[in-house]
Design a protein around this ligand. Structure first.
Ligand SMILES: Cc1ncc(COP(=O)(O)O)c(C=O)c1O
Length: 457
């Protein structure tokens, strides 16, 4: 198919399709860790369908059985003043697997809604404690926290925000954790990042700040791993100033880093955790906010009403599928698979990608890695137009040609990112690594040819 006549595509230059333009990739079928397009071409899904398909595409029958059982029992009920067994059971199952101190779940239909709900819970917590002046948020540069107007305030990508006017929530952005681009490393980097955060809080007025929100590993910018002690440091600063700490785990949660919650890996103890995407392995749309005891206690005080609700939040069908997803994770050793194969994936990525002239860095944890693309294979930087050309025009057709679904991104420095299905074995990981190498080698040749032609001009 060349053009989607009646469908508007998300985050896409919709005019780029049609006569003489881009070919539209239509994926029709999934099998294990692979997907097939409408022409029958096979791709290895190196991105788990935008960080969602944790268990791949091979559990359709089992998920359909869970869905059928729920749909023939109770197809729908809300969580507005009532409940149903799948929501109650799922909330308990998530709390059981969450970091210490997490006590309850509030369900949503996706990631942006989870971030909005976390903000509302935080605001109501501060109101219940007689601190209505805590109206500000601190987030990090280039971070993506979603697109609904509240979540968009936290998102640190200026071009996604500018068309929509003043952010709904006053948000200050501080540095993210990019060890490749930072001048310091290790604990020194941690100290400097935490000092910057605390300076920002003091400048804003600590009594006006409601939350600090961060991803355990920041996705935008390319799998930005926190330096040692960063998450415990965030906790200390938030405690010192009465601020709630929110871990946005929409990507890093649900097994992506080999843990149910990625913060566990970095010693984080957040007050609120947002999840979505992998909660059902995307067999149904669902998100959640998990709340710590302080927040839950405030919501349960006499006279306090939680002024937030989403009709489909906690839909019984999605909750039944999420419960089955947890069962599958535990029965089939999904977290164990990530932990066991992470060293292999890291080693093979480093072996194959670091020697390429276009790759400056390979980084990540779990089944979540990025290669940062640089003009010299070192720490040089592409001009912004060159970076955009590379990730928007050069890499995407090469990915299709090499049968790999991965993400070329230029929200920060240009990167090619992968997030394989959490059930991928070594053969699948190898297929992804080799395709990634071939794509980046070919992209490097193309960039070299363009640069050479420009010099000769
Ligand atoms: C960290 C993070 N938060 C929030 C969101 C928003 O999630 P959704 O697209 O489900 O609204 C995303 C989406 O990619 C995300 O990566």
């Amino acid at each position: 198919m060349t053009a989607p006549d009646h469908l508007l595509l998300h985050f896409t230059a919709n005019g780029a399709y049609g006569e003489g333009g881009n070919e539209l990739l239509v994926l029709e079928r999934g099998e294990g860790c692979h997907v097939f397009d409408s022409n029958g071409r096979r791709y290895v899904d190196g991105l788990s369908s935008l960080f969602c398909a944790q268990i791949g595409y091979g559990y359709g029958e089992e998920m359909a059985a869970a869905a059928a059982a729920q749909l023939t029992t109770l197809p729908f009920n809300t969580n507005w003043g009532t409940a149903h067994p799948p929501a109650l059971e799922l909330a308990a199952a998530l709390v059981e697997r969450a970091p210490e101190g997490i006590e309850a779940a509030f369900f949503t239909s996706g990631g942006s809604e989870s971030v909005e709900a976390a903000w509302k819970l935080a605001r109501q917590y501060h109101l219940a404690n007689g601190e209505p002046q805590r109206t500000k948020a601190i987030a990090r540069d280039i971070a993506y926290h979603g697109v609904t107007l509240g979540a968009l305030s936290f998102t640190g990508v200026p071009r996604f925000k500018e068309p929509f006017g003043r952010p709904a929530i006053e948000t200050r952005h501080v540095a993210n954790t990019n060890p490749f681009r930072a001048e310091l490393e290790g604990e020194e980097l941690t100290r400097s990042l935490l000092a910057e955060l605390e300076r920002a809080i003091l400048e804003e007025g600590p009594e006006t700040v409601a939350i600090v929100i961060a991803e355990p590993i920041q996705n935008a910018g390319g799998c930005l791993v926190p330096p040692p002690g960063y998450w415990p440091g965030l906790r200390e600063i938030c405690d010192r100033h009465g601020i709630l700490l929110v871990a946005d785990e929409v990507i890093s949660g649900c097994g992506r880093l080999g843990e149910w919650f990625g913060v566990a890996r970095y010693g984080g103890r957040p007050d609120l955790i947002t999840i979505a995407k992998g909660l059902t392995s995307a067999y149904a749309p669902m998100g959640a906010v998990l709340a710590g005891s302080r927040v839950v206690e405030a919501m349960r005080r006499p006279g306090v009403t939680l002024l937030h609700g989403i009709t489909f939040g906690g839909h019984p069908l999605a909750a039944a599928i999420a419960l089955r997803n947890i069962e599958i994770f535990e029965r089939d050793g999904v977290l164990e698979n990530v932990r066991a194969r992470e060293p292999y994936l890291r080693r093979r990525l480093e072996e194959e990608l670091l020697p390429l002239p276009l790759v400056g860095d390979v980084r990540g944890d779990g089944f979540f890695f990025a290669a940062e693309l640089t003009p010299d294979g070192g720490e040089g930087r592409f001009e912004p137009e060159q970076a955009t050309r590379l990730v928007k025009r050069i890499v995407p057709p090469l990915l299709l040609e090499h049968g790999l679904i991965a993400r070329a991104d230029d929200r920060g420095d240009p990167v090619l990112q992968i997030a394989p299905s959490l059930v991928a074995d070594e053969a699948v990981l190898e297929e992804i690594v080799v395709a990634m190498r071939d794509v980046l080698a070919a992209a490097g040749d193309e960039v070299g040819t363009i640069a050479g032609a420009a010099q000769g001009r």
